[in-house]
Design a protein. Structure first.
Length: 56
């Protein structure tokens, strides 16, 4: 999802400020969850690199 798509979602129709905030907060939560999952994967890969380098 791009920032242009996000902006279009909040600008489409006659949405109130509360509705726009709800949409943005939902998108933010989804992005944070994705970020968290990617961070866990990165941590696992980093550990694998460490294990290979140290023979653990």
């Amino acid at each position: 999802m791009t920032i242009t798509e996000i902006a279009a979602m909040t600008e489409a129709g006659q949405k109130s400020t509360e509705e726009k905030l709800h949409i943005l907060k939902k998108i933010r939560a989804e992005l944070m969850e994705e970020l968290h999952c990617q961070q866990q994967l990165l941590d696992q890969v980093d550990y694998m690199i460490y294990a290979l380098k140290t023979g653990k």
